[in-house]
Structures are given as C-alpha cells and as structure tokens.
Design a protein around this ligand. Structure first.
Ligand SMILES: *[C@@H]1O[C@H](CO)[C@@H](O)[C@H](O)[C@H]1NC(C)=O
Ligand SMILES: *[C@@H]1O[C@H](CO)[C@@H](O)[C@H](O)[C@H]1NC(C)=O
Length: 190
C-alpha cells in the first residue's frame, strides 16, 4: 500500500494539515522519567488553530502499543498548557514519546521528542517538575490500547456525548495505525 511505504510523508501531511503550530515543550529529548515520579507535560499551540481539545497518548518507537493517557484535554483556554503524569510500573525504555491528537479521527497535532522511562527508585538526572494547578494523571503498566484512557476530561461544550465502548475501540485502532506510522517515520528520520 502506497501510504505505508511513505510514512514520513504521511506523517508530515497529517501534522501540517492539522495545525499550523503545536510545540511540545516538555518532555525534552532524552529526559529521564523514573517510575514513581511525577513530571509535567507542557505544550505551546497556535491560539487560532480551532483545536479546542485534544487527546494525549504514549507510545514507544521500538515496540508496538499505546497508552491512552488523557482524553479531551481542554486547550481553548490558554491557562491549560500542561498536565502532570505520574508513572507507575511502566516498563523502562529509552524510546517513549507522547502523541497529541484527536483520537476520534486520528488527526495528529504534535508529538514529543523521545524520552526515557527509568525503573522505580532509580536516580533520574532531572528533577521532578510539576504544575500544581494542572491535573495529574497516573499512568500504569505497559502500553495497551485496549485499556481505557487513564483520565477523561469533561468536554467544554454542553451536550457533548462520551464515546461509547465500540467508539473507544475504533479510536484505539485508528491511533495504533497513526502511531505505527509515526514510529516508522521516526525510524526513517532518526
Ligand atoms: C540525562 O541523561 C541523558 C542520557 O545520558 C542525556 O541525554 C540528557 O541530556 C541528560 N539530561 C540532563 C538534564 O542532564
Ligand atoms: C475530535 O473531533 C471530533 C469531530 O470533529 C470532535 O467531535 C471531538 O470533540 C474531537 N475530540 C477532541 C478531543 O477534541
């Protein structure tokens, strides 16, 4: 299939068509997050890009799997520019990255640089930074797209409906596909 043979192009198209400006400011490349510590995830995005909320997922470059971290993170209000993540029993590895996307239709707004997850109790070379005003999401275990999102924020619009179970499975599959494209693109670009 043509699309699968040119993942970097597909990724570039996905990212550029979705948003003019979306930069993940934390984690930074090769940051070390130890299990048991809480770290801030932060971003800067275009104010007029029309993206009022998005979903955050975590994946790895060298193995399949997705962790659904937070759904419907509000982003219209410029005060919401970060969340905190507490890691628990996440398999150590140096190939983790975060995806910022609409998991309903799989459109990607941005990705974080790759970062490292250390075993519980190991000394990270960075301090554990958090935003005390932002929500903290606990992420446990290995990436597993059949798990529900760890946290689901209420949608700002009234009358918005929560996804049904079957809807959830649909976005899971969509994002697995997107994530594997990202993984492949990374392999090509790195
Ligand atoms: C922590 O260690 C990693 C791997 O050696 C390195 O790439 C990164 O820059 C270090 N970070 C800090 C804040 O020293
Ligand atoms: C994703 O897009 C759909 C359709 O455009 C929208 O209804 C939904 O609220 C969006 N999800 C988020 C998290 O913004």
């Amino acid at each position: 299939m043509y699309l699968l043979r040119t993942p970097a192009l597909v990724l570039a198209a996905l990212v550029s068509s979705a948003s003019a400006y979306f930069v993940v400011t934390a984690p930074k490349l090769n940051d070390q997050w130890a299990n048991g510590d809480t770290h801030m995830v932060s971003w800067v995005k275009g104010a007029l890009d029309g993206v009022t909320s998005f979903d955050i997922e975590m994946s790895r470059l060298n193995s399949a799997g997705l962790t659904l971290i937070a759904k419907n993170v509000p982003s219209a209000d410029s005060s919401q520019k970060s969340i905190n993540i507490l890691l628990q029993d996440v398999p150590p590895g140096d190939d983790y990255f975060l995806l910022f996307l609409n998991s309903t239709h799989g459109v990607m707004y941005g990705t974080s640089p790759r970062f490292t997850v250390l075993p519980s109790g190991s000394a990270s070379n960075m301090s554990s930074t958090t935003n005390p005003n932002a929500a903290t999401v606990t992420v446990s275990g290995a990436p597993n797209p059949t798990q529900a999102f760890a946290t689901m924020f209420a949608l700002a619009e009234s009358g918005a409906r929560r996804p049904t179970l079957s809807g959830g499975q649909t976005w899971g599959l969509t994002t697995v596909m997107v994530a594997s494209l990202v993984g492949a693109a990374w392999t090509l670009l790195w």
